[in-house]
Design a protein around this ligand. Structure first.
Ligand SMILES: Cc1cc2nc3c(=O)[nH]c(=O)nc-3n(C[C@H](O)[C@H](O)[C@H](O)COP(=O)(O)OP(=O)(O)OC[C@H]3O[C@@H](n4cnc5c(N)ncnc54)[C@H](O)[C@@H]3O)c2cc1C
Length: 404
């Protein structure tokens, strides 16, 4: 048994990965200390698609109940060609998805998901969350670790058996894991806006991207994803284009001109969406090579974007963070006397899955932005594939179970 506060886990970062890890560890009887760098949370960020592999875990941890009606269960994912706006494919979601993958496919505002996670944390006596407290270093000691925490101008120490670094794509704790990989710009950026369904932009979208589904418009210059938020009263718009959005903050307001240019290949009324919707905020897409090391067996593990940030083409970054958190807690609970071997198993189990999801994202990127004969072939293949086969293609991803 690790003797340095044997059942205490230290978590750095109160994003989706860190909060899910705190809940998963607390559910298995651990004490959890969460340190978050920012002093208060702001309502920023885009919507988020929560596929069944993620909602299955969130349901077990009580987060879906806390999320409640803030989440929407879309009826389908529909792919459309940007130039013609014609439908290319449709994967049924809603009840058939829940029956197939044994958990719902949901979409929500990221801030609503965060609030739901925080509500669960606040009713869990074994979790303590400190804001305005950044973990800056770690000391490995016999039987555990000491995290060095900077709060205002003071330096504190927190002892536990394990430090879970869930500090996001620009992780500073990653440097403490030998063999880890830095995050790199991908040369792509995300544009994001919200539109009231009754606004001019909402009305322009009503025919081709109504508020009961996830719609992805494909085009060589960009892809645009539209889905409902907040009970269907709002639409979340995310467009991915080439370009560099500078620093990573969803508060970055952007001149919509480059987006308007990228949308010029779309048919009306969507070609005018850059001006009809807005304001637009932008986010640079960075990724972390999933082949880097994620653990130091003496008691440090990177999870979520800190370990393997990925492009959003498979809409799985947060889902993988949620899976990481749950699997890690399960494995450490199985071997609390030997966290080093639990970390080794975690890395061995998670890497093949992360690799496969990253490959799926790269495939989506290639096909969704295809032009000419490749786009033609894509459209023919999609048209020939019945909805049942399209859904079956996602069984390995959405049907995943932590225990298997
Ligand atoms: C445009 C876009 C669309 C996306 N859509 C989806 C989607 O539909 N579905 C999906 O599953 N994923 C999606 N993703 C990916 C998803 O947003 C991320 O993978 C996920 O938010 C990562 O969560 P995280 O907790 O690892 O990191 P973060 O959310 O970045 O959290 C890290 C936290 O750590 C804190 N922190 C940093 N340093 C320290 C420190 N030293 N000490 C203490 N705290 C610290 C930060 O302040 C922050 O709160 C999308 C991403 C983008 C860019």
């Amino acid at each position: 048994m690790s003797d340095r506060l044997p059942r205490t886990i230290i978590v750095a970062g109160a994003g989706i990965a860190g909060l899910t890890a705190a809940l998963a560890f607390a559910a298995r009887g651990f004490q959890v200390e969460v340190f978050e760098r920012v002093a208060r949370f702001e309502e920023i960020g885009a919507g988020i698609q929560l596929s069944p592999n993620a909602t299955r875990i969130l349901g077990r941890l009580g987060v879906l109940d806390a999320l409640g009606a803030d989440a929407v269960a879309p009826e389908a994912i529909v792919l459309r060609d940007g130039a013609s706006l014609g439908e290319l494919a449709r994967v049924p979601l809603g009840k058939p998805a829940e029956a197939r993958w044994k958990a719902p496919y949901l979409v929500a505002h990221r801030a609503d998901l965060h609030r739901a996670l925080l509500a669960c944390i606040s009713s869990e006596p074994n979790i303590r969350l400190s804001l305005g407290a950044a973990v800056s270093d770690i000391a490995f000691e016999p039987g555990g670790v000491t995290a060095i925490v900077k709060r205002n101008d003071r330096t504190e120490e927190a002892a536990g058996m394990l430090l879970v670094a869930a500090d996001g794509v620009w992780s500073s704790l990653r440097r403490l894991v030998k063999g880890s990989r830095e995050s790199r710009p991908t040369g792509r950026m995300a544009w994001r806006s919200l539109a009231d369904v009754a606004s001019p932009a909402g009305k322009a979208l009503a025919k081709f991207a109504p508020a009961d589904r996830v719609t992805a418009f494909l085009d060589p210059a960009l892809h645009l994803v539209v889905y409902p938020l907040r009970g269907g009263a709002m639409l979340n718009l995310v467009a991915l284009t080439a370009g560099d959005a500078g620093t990573g903050s969803w508060a970055n307001r952007a001149d919509p001109l480059p987006l308007a240019r990228a949308l010029s290949g779309f048919a009306a009324p969507l070609s005018g969406l850059a001006d009809a919707a807005g304001p637009w905020t932008v986010w640079p897409i960075h990724a972390v090579d999933p082949e880097g090391a994620w653990t130091d067996r003496r008691g440090l593990v990177l999870i979520g974007d800190a370990a393997h940030a990925m492009t959003p083409f498979a809409a799985q970054g947060a889902a993988m963070a949620i899976e990481d958190a749950y699997v890690l807690a399960m494995l450490v609970a199985e071997r609390p006397d030997d966290p080093g071997s639990a970390l080794a198993r975690h890395e061995a189990i998670r890497r093949p899955r992360i690799r496969r999801v990253v490959r799926r994202g790269a495939f989506n990127h290639f096909t969704w932005h295809a032009s000419g004969p490749v786009a033609l072939a894509r459209n023919l293949v999609l048209a020939a594939r019945p909805a049942e086969r399209l859904a079956a293609d996602f069984d390995w991803l959405y049907g995943w179970q932590a225990e298997s």
